[in-house]
Design a protein around this ligand. Structure first.
Ligand code: NCD
Length: 303
């Protein structure tokens, strides 16, 4: 994978996804310590972030590398009117790998076309968030020892949530059953549903948590992506539509594990945090080994 950009999960075969998961698990056991020595990561965040940016930076530092970048585009030359491609052509000369988050769908692909170093997409608008998916899959593999055979539900804003777009597409490479639960206005995009169905993946679409009538192994909860609504009234109509609490978990069965890419707004009660069903903070912590694996692979530090 040396020199390769990570833009969309669509660019990865099932074998490649499995290889990344396996390497991340080996990294978490201490393999390749110090492998990113002498490497420089540039983090370009045009949109807010806590976990993605800090875990990329933490991953780099933990493996001996260094980090430059900005967490707020208003302090970059974008503010002066510089184009994204000029910014990328410049930064490409300062680093070995770029991690970028941007509001515009397709921006990461564009950046990878003008950069001479690998570009890792840390989220492009409502489109894709591939590295979140890799850490989600690492978490699932750790928890269940496998991905095949699992029943995975996704709940919340399936229209604007890039994490669920990436996760659903990646999971459709495995033998899983998917349950999508969203208000009618926030359903999974038709094009994504078609891709998933085209791979023969079994799925159902529901609008209420109470409609889930089969046990789930994973319920992946997402927040309503307020910043992506053009119309505030449309947001108000769906805000607070779902809330996971102990009663809901009880109705989903003892086997269920609750995941969430975070940040949470109000869709999971804080009382759930201490439940053995809640694995979302462990999931967030898997950002470090997963991103270590990805940085190592694309820079060639992990062969
Ligand atoms: C997600 C994102 O930015 O898409 N956050 C993350 O990276 N963990 C989810 C979200 O913002 O809701």
């Amino acid at each position: 994978m040396q020199g390769r950009s990570i833009i969309s999960v669509r660019d990865f075969s099932r074998d490649e996804i499995q290889q990344i998961i396996d390497i991340a698990l080996r990294v978490s056991r201490g393999e390749w310590a110090g492998a990113l020595r002498d490497k420089v990561l540039a983090t370009l965040f045009f949109e807010p972030s806590t976990r993605t940016r800090l875990s990329f930076e933490g991953a780099m530092v933990a493996m001996g590398g260094r980090v430059i970048g900005f967490a707020d585009a208003s302090v970059s030359s974008t503010k002066k009117g510089e184009s994204l491609s000029d910014t990328i052509k410049t930064v490409t000369g300062y680093c070995d790998v770029i991690v970028m988050r941007h509001t515009i769908e397709g921006s990461a692909r564009l950046a990878s076309e003008v950069a001479s170093v690998p570009v890792i997409n840390a989220g492009d608008g409502a489109n894709q968030h591939p590295t979140q998916t890799f850490l989600d899959l690492v978490t699932i593999q750790q928890e269940f020892g496998r991905i095949d055979g699992l029943r995975v539900g996704m709940l919340g804003d399936l229209k604007y949530g890039r994490t669920v777009h990436s996760l659903a597409l990646a999971l459709s490479q495995f033998d899983v059953k998917l349950t999508f639960v969203a208000p009618a206005s926030l359903r999974m995009p038709e094009s994504t549903i078609e891709e998933i169905a085209g791979r023969g993946t079994a799925y159902v679409e529901l609008s209420e948590i109470g409609d889930i009538d089969e046990p789930l192994d994973v319920l992946y909860v997402t927040r309503i992506q307020k910043e992506r609504f053009g119309d505030f009234q449309e947001y108000e109509r769906v805000a607070g539509a779902y809330r996971i609490d102990q009663d809901v978990i009880g109705s989903l069965g003892d086997q269920v594990r609750i995941m969430h890419p975070l940040p949470r707004v109000d869709e999971i009660s804080e009382q759930v945090d201490s439940s053995p069903h809640a694995i979302y903070f462990r999931q967030a912590h898997n950002g470090i080994p997963t991103r270590q694996a990805l940085l190592g692979l694309v820079t060639g530090a992990i062969p």
